[in-house]
Design a protein around this ligand. Structure first.
Ligand code: ASP
Length: 609
């Protein structure tokens, strides 16, 4: 078969129209998760012993013989039992007559959260006993047979969403925590969004889903990589921080539109809202510029956005890195609010303390009187004309509070950026809604610097994004004169003050890539010789982006932590509290890897006990 003909056959097969079926029969939550109208509704009970899910039965099912499987949510006075599955709750009537004594025994004795199977008839609830708050509240099940599939021991916590439990306990018994409505919602919404992303990328835009290795080698500057020992003495694999090199190599390989739901690994120690392993929607394409990637991502988010949220409005606004820093004091501004007002005098003290404690920096508050006079200790040091200019620049109104600070530009801006958020926290504790949780405010940040001074040694440079990022076309000459001033073709996507994606147009010229790595970044180019070599074999111009899936879903679902949108996350110290990973390995088993543990002295003492 010739190349174009098998390709067109493959795509014809993929885009076969999908059959429409009837009205959704599931609850309101799941209705909002069912996505485009062309898609058929899933059959939740196919291949299973149940005929229906617990949440789907309505008056329209009256008289039907059904078999349901679920967990016992609660029992009322040995007359009713409420059964639960992912889909909802249904009331089962416990039979009282003598002939059904065995069914009654099962249903009355099984502890809460036991899993049971019941068969019976859908009947209407007696008049006056309907429960309008329950989607299945008009009906109940008259049971004929019941089977205890598995009993539940005494639980470490109640499954109910409103019951507060510590996160450590939830993670230790994650399989129970997953039964909660909230976790069910989060993981199912995640699955739906990813499915729509696949559909958009592969079926609508011809992207190819390709898996790349997770056993890889170190990359320059890859201090955050996890190592995996090999059986060859002294040789290690590294777990990739992202599929960056592979996706670029795929472009050289002519797979000109790549995407992957990629697992990435970063050994960053304990950070409250990071995970050592996390997921990216990783994208790369050839023959594209920055605006092409931006439009692709805007379309992707619009297409995969859950139907129960306000639709995503595109295009997203764009600010430059320099503007973002000067205006919001951060490269990931929360643009849901402007926020310049409503502070009380006593708040200023806590703000000053925050600035002093966290930034070792002085803050000068200015309270504007009705006549726009300055009420501030700083007033006498600033000339009248400067004051007026400041009022004009800031567009201040009566009674506004202005916070002034002085110092090195980036440092002063980021302090003010932090204070802006700090003030928002303060005002929200007083009931003022500044950051509307139902609002999704996307923003592109562009024109980042190509390099930043290294933290450990500010005289050396490191890449602001990664070393494969192309310089801004107007700044290429600066690479040879003042590299610090060169801007890049790196873009970040920000949502409500969180970076949810980042990418760049790449360098596809081996010579330029070598110059940046070796001369400017002082990296060992030998480690990247395969990539440099590939660029010399007709590498197409290309660019890409990666979206942080966990953070995106966390924001969409309004979850307090990214751990709430990951089925089996690590604790913030990087531990799996359920299985106790990472675990120790007997020294015998380390021998094939030529590894011996050198125990720190205090933990040796601990182990001896
Ligand atoms: N690989 C990059 C990252 O993980 C994203 C990109 O440049 O496409 O941040």
């Amino acid at each position: 078969m010739s190349f174009p003909s098998w390709l067109s056959q493959l795509y014809r097969g993929l885009s076969r129209p999908i059959r429409r079926t009837t009205q959704p029969i599931w609850g309101s939550l799941y209705r909002s998760l069912v996505q485009s109208s062309q898609r058929r509704n899933p059959e939740f009970s196919s291949f299973a012993v149940r005929t229906n899910t617990c949440g789907e039965l309505r008056s329209s099912h009256l008289g039907q013989e059904v078999t349901l499987c679920g967990w016992i949510q609660y029992r009322r006075q040995n007359t009713f039992l409420v059964l639960r599955d992912f889909h909802g709750l249904v009331q089962v009537v416990i039979p009282q007559d003598e002939s059904a004594a065995s069914v009654r025994k099962i249903l009355c004795e099984a502890p809460v959260e036991s899993v049971v199977q019941v068969s019976g008839t859908v009947i209407s609830r007696p008049a006056g006993q309907e429960n309008p708050k329950m989607p299945t509240g008009e009906i109940e099940i008259k049971v004929k047979t019941a089977e205890l599939l598995n009993a539940c021991k005494k639980l470490p916590f109640e499954i109910k969403d409103f019951m507060k439990k510590t996160e450590a306990l939830r993670l230790q018994y994650r399989y129970l925590d997953l039964r909660s409505f909230q976790m069910q919602y989060n993981l199912r919404l995640r699955s739906q969004m990813v499915m729509k992303m696949r559909e958009y990328l592969c079926n609508l835009h011809g992207f190819v889903d390709i898996e790349t290795p997770t056993l890889f080698k170190r990359t320059p500057g890859g201090a955050k990589e996890f190592l995996v020992p090999s059986r060859e003495p002294g040789k290690f694999y590294s777990l990739p921080q992202s599929p960056q090199q592979f996706k670029q190599l795929l472009m050289v390989g002519g797979l000109d539109r790549y995407f992957q739901v990629a697992r990435c690994y970063r050994d960053e120690g304990s950070r409250p809202d990071r995970q050592p392993e996390f997921t990216q929607i990783d994208i790369e394409m050839s023959f594209v510029d920055q605006t092409g990637i931006q439009s692709l991502i805007e379309g992707l988010l619009q297409y995969s956005w859950p139907n129960d949220k306000d639709p995503v409005v595109v295009p997203f606004p764009t600010v430059t890195f320099t503007e973002a820093l000067a205006t919001y004091g951060t490269d990931k501004p929360d643009t849901r609010f402007g926020m310049k007002k409503y502070l009380k005098r006593k708040d200023i003290e806590s703000i000053r303390k925050f600035a002093a404690d966290h930034f070792n920096q002085e803050i000068l508050p200015v309270f504007l009187n009705a006549n726009r006079n300055w009420n501030s200790p700083v007033a006498s040091f600033i000339m009248e004309s400067q004051r007026l200019e400041l009022i004009r620049l800031m567009d201040t109104q009566e009674e506004d509070v202005v916070l002034l600070t002085a110092g090195e530009h980036n440092k002063a801006c980021s302090l003010l950026g932090k204070l802006r958020l700090e003030c928002a926290d303060l005002l929200e504790t007083r009931g003022m809604v500044l950051r509307d949780p139902t609002l999704f405010s996307f923003l592109w940040v562009v024109d980042f610097p190509l390099f930043l001074p290294k933290e450990e040694n500010p005289r050396e440079l490191e890449s602001a994004h990664h070393p494969f990022t192309a310089p801004h076309p107007s700044d290429i000459h600066l690479l040879y004169t003042e590299p610090k001033k060169a801007r890049s073709q790196h873009y970040d996507l920000v949502l409500n003050g969180n970076e949810i994606g980042g990418g760049s147009i790449r360098i596809h010229n081996a010579e330029l890539q070598r110059y940046i790595l070796a001369t400017l970044l002082k990296e060992d180019v030998k480690m990247l010789s395969h990539l440099l070599q590939a660029l010399d074999y007709g590498a197409p111009p290309h660019g890409g982006i990666a979206l942080g899936l966990d953070r995106l879903i966390c924001l969409v679902t309004g979850s307090p932590s990214i751990r709430d949108v990951i089925a089996f996350p690590k604790s913030f110290r990087g531990h799996d509290l359920m299985s106790n990973a990472p675990d120790s390995i007997p020294s015998e088993e380390l021998k094939p890897y030529h590894i011996r543990v050198s125990w720190p002295t205090d933990s040796k003492a601990e182990r001896a006990h």
